[in-house]
Ligand binder design. Structure first.
Ligand SMILES: Nc1ncnc2c1ncn2[C@@H]1O[C@H](COP(=O)(O)OP(=O)(O)OP(=O)(O)O)[C@@H](O)[C@H]1O
Ligand SMILES: [Mg+2]
Length: 232
C-alpha cells in the first residue's frame, strides 16, 4: 500500500501541497481528479522524489520512502509516466523501452520483455522507429510500456489521455484495466477526463488547492457529484 501522510510542498513562497493525506491499495486503481493547477503533478513529482517534500511522510509497502532518491524509488518498485510523456525522441522505440529496464542487471536488461509488446502491439510494429516520429497516442503507449518494463508494483500515471485521440484512449483504458485485474499492482491515475477516470476507478480522490477535499469508491462518483467538481 502507498500511504501519504500530511504532505507539504512549496515553490518559493507558494504553498502548493497543503497537508495532503491518502492511501492507494495494491489491486486497485486510485483516480486522483482535480482542475488545472491544483498541484496534481507536484504531488506525483514528490512521490517520485524528483522534488523534495518539506513536511509529511510517504510510505510504500510499509517502508518510509520520503528520503529516497528517484532511482531508489524505482528499485522499490515504483514507476512513473510523466505528464507530456517525456520519451527520448531520438532513440528508437526499442531503445526507449530498454531504458525502462535500467533497474535490472545487464543480462536481464538485454531485451524488451515480451509482455510489453503483447500489451501494446503497435510498439512491436514500430520498434525500429524513432520515438519522436510516433503520434502522440503512440508516444503515450511507449511511455507506459517503458514504465511497465521495470515491473513496478506501483504505477503512477499523470494524465495519460491528455491530447490523445479517442481510439488510443480506449486502448490505454483496456491496458490499465488488464493491469488492475492482475491484482498485484497499485495504480495511481491522475486524470481530468472524468469519463475515463470513472470507468477505471476503484477509489477516487478529488484534489483542490493542494488538499484532498473529497474521496470515495469509484462506483459512487456520479452519485457523489464528482463530475461537477472537476469539470468546467
Ligand atoms: N517549477 C515550478 N515553480 C514554481 N511554481 C510551479 C512550478 N511547477 C508548478 N508550479 C505551480 O504550482 C501549482 C501546481 O502546479 P501543478 O503542475 O502541480 O498542477 P496540476 O494540478 O498538475 O495542473 P495541470 O492539470 O494543469 O497539469 C500551479 O500554480 C503551478 O503554476
Ligand atoms: Mg499536471
Amino acid at each position: 500500500m502507498l500511504k501519504i501522510d500530511s504532505l507539504h510542498q512549496y515553490y518559493g513562497g507558494s504553498h502548493i501541497l497543503r497537508g495532503l493525506s491518502f492511501e492507494a491499495k495494491v489491486g486497485e486503481v486510485t483516480c486522483l481528479l482535480g482542475r488545472n493547477g491544483v498541484g496534481k503533478t507536484t504531488l506525483l513529482r514528490c512521490l517520485m522524489g524528483l522534488i523534495p517534500s518539506r513536511e509529511g511522510s510517504v510510505s510504500w509497502e510499509g517502508h518510509a520512502i520520503t528520503q529516497l532518491k528517484p532511482h531508489q524509488r524505482v528499485h522499490a518498485g515504483i514507476a512513473y509516466v510523466p505528464q507530456g510523456r517525456e520519451i527520448f525522441p531520438r532513440l528508437t522505440v526499442e531503445e526507449n523501452l530498454l531504458m525502462g529496464l535500467s533497474r535490472f542487471s545487464a543480462k536481464e536488461a538485454k531485451s524488451v520483455p515480451e509482455f510489453i509488446y503483447e500489451l501494446f502491439p503497435v510498439l512491436l510494429q514500430m520498434k525500429h522507429r524513432r520515438g519522436g516520429d510516433l503520434s502522440g497516442g503512440q508516444q503515450q503507449q511507449l511511455a507506459i510500456g517503458r514504465a511497465l518494463a521495470s515491473r513496478p508494483r506501483l504505477l503512477i500515471l499523470d494524465e495519460p489521455t491528455e491530447g490523445i485521440q479517442p481510439s488510443v484512449i480506449k486502448e490505454i483504458g483496456v491496458v490499465i484495466s488488464k493491469l488492475a485485474a492482475r491484482g498485484d499492482m497499485a495504480i495511481l491515475l491522475v486524470e481530468q477526463f472524468y469519463d475515463f477516470a470513472a470507468e477505471l476507478a476503484d477509489q477516487y480522490l478529488v484534489m483542490s488547492r493542494g488538499e484532498i477535499v473529497q474521496q470515495g469508491r469509484g462506483e459512487n462518483m456520479e452519485a457523489e457529484g464528482v463530475r461537477g467538481l472537476v469539470t468546467i
